[in-house]
Design a protein around this ligand. Structure first.
Ligand SMILES: Nc1ncnc2c1ncn2[C@@H]1O[C@H](COP(=O)(O)OP(=O)(O)O)[C@@H](O)[C@H]1O
Ligand SMILES: [Mg+2]
Length: 355
């Protein structure tokens, strides 16, 4: 697969008060050597507990880091160009036109002082230099209808506060897909919404993805949504990716103990006859990362090597599957002897391996 977007070895530092006074200059590494790929028209989920670095990874790729953050290493290859080496002017043209982004809180991504129509029209004004009012109006209605806003024409003069959360999120989707981008980055786009609205929004995103052959990066802590919605997954922990691959394979045959732990904490994905189990312990703070594997203090399989040396990548299926865990071979071996086929069997095997 030739990826549409490929991030290589992204490393992002943040100046932080948390880290100040700990010997360094108050700098933490929020994204550490992160590599990921998104194929054209495919959806990649980035999954991990809150604080694992998912948002900072996305912002690093888009050149939108907060003022205390800096991408210190890595490439962000998008259609052959390196976004990490573009000027803000160039990036601003790519964002919106070729890459859309949808953030968690639609209330803050829309300006409360402008009408919905004005904010959608701005995309066409800025990127396509369209000034003719009738054309702008027609284009706005078209794109609002595409995201299934009822009575679109009448809503053009409404303000964001007159819309429900779900409707506001539809408007920000409209703004971001208006120019048919090749890639849409969605950072927890539905977390603030209730469950039925969540599903409506995700179905909408999936329809748009298919219609426009758009690739999606979908950041979520919800494994169930990721499984329903995405083709590939990257699991993040403590600023690093610990496991990645096609989502069906990763969720059926998780190898990293952190991935296994996450799956067991989710009702619909946990092995059927097993009680839900939260992963004991907490994610380390960036100012206080453990030696070696970052998950090691919480890992029930950890051996001596895990606390001294960060694990090398272990790759198989021509690099499609990757895991950073010293015990990969052993854990994979357990699957090979115990998992012939079928979800029921693999659920049992998952219990075996994680025992
Ligand atoms: N603006 C910021 N300044 C300092 N630290 C930050 C900032 N934003 C996030 N962080 C820290 O960076 C880490 C990763 O954050 P984030 O990417 O937002 O996590 P996630 O999206 O996975 O919940 C966290 O430890 C968080 O506290
Ligand atoms: Mg986040």
């Amino acid at each position: 697969m030739k990826p549409l977007l490929e991030a290589r070895n992204l490393t992002t530092m943040l100046r932080s008060r948390q880290a100040a006074g700990r010997g360094g200059a108050g700098v933490v590494t929020a994204v550490d050597n992160v590599s990921l790929k998104v194929g054209a028209g495919r959806a990649l989920a980035i999954v991990g507990e809150s604080g694992s670095g998912k948002s900072i990874t996305c912002l690093s790729m888009l050149g939108l880091l907060p003022s205390n953050g800096r991408l210190v290493e890595g490439e962000v290859l998008f259609k052959g160009r390196d976004l990490a080496r573009m000027s803000q002017d160039e990036l601003q043209k790519v964002r919106g036109r070729e890459i859309g982004m949808i953030l968690q809180d639609a209330m803050t991504s829309l300006n409360p002082l402008f009408t919905i129509g004005d904010q959608v029209a701005e995309v066409f004004r800025y990127h396509q230099n369209i000034t003719d009012r009738a054309t702008l109006k027609r284009k706005c209605i078209e794109v609002l209808e595409k995201v299934k806003i009822p009575a679109a024409e009448e809503r053009l003069n409404s303000y964001p506060f007159q819309f429900s959360g779900g409707m506001r999120q539809r408007v920000s989707i409209a703004i971001n897909i208006a120019l048919s981008p090749d890639l849409l980055i969605c950072d927890e786009p539905t977390t603030a919404l209730d469950v039925t609205v969540q599903l409506q929004i995700l179905n909408l995103l999936r329809d748009l993805q298919r219609e426009q052959n758009m690739a999606i990066v979908f950041v979520t802590h919800d494994l169930h949504l990721a499984a329903q919605f995405c083709d590939d997954v990257a699991i993040m922990y403590g600023g690093r990716i610990v496991e990645s691959g096609p989502i069906g394979d990763v969720f059926e045959r998780p190898v990293h103990p952190y991935t296994v732990g996450l799956l067991q904490a989710v009702p619909a994905l946990a092995a059927y006859d097993r009680r839900l189990a939260a992963i004991p312990g907490q994610q380390p703070t960036l100012a206080n990362l453990p030696q070696g594997c970052r998950f090691q203090p919480r890992c029930k399989f950890a051996v001596a090597q895990c606390s001294t040396q960060y694990p090398d990548w272990f790759e198989w299926n021509e690099g499609e599957r990757r895991v950073a865990c010293w015990l990969t071979e052993q854990r994979l071996g357990a699957y090979d002897t115990r998992v012939p086929a079928g979800p029921r069997r693999s659920a049992e095997a998952l219990q075996e391996v994680s025992r």
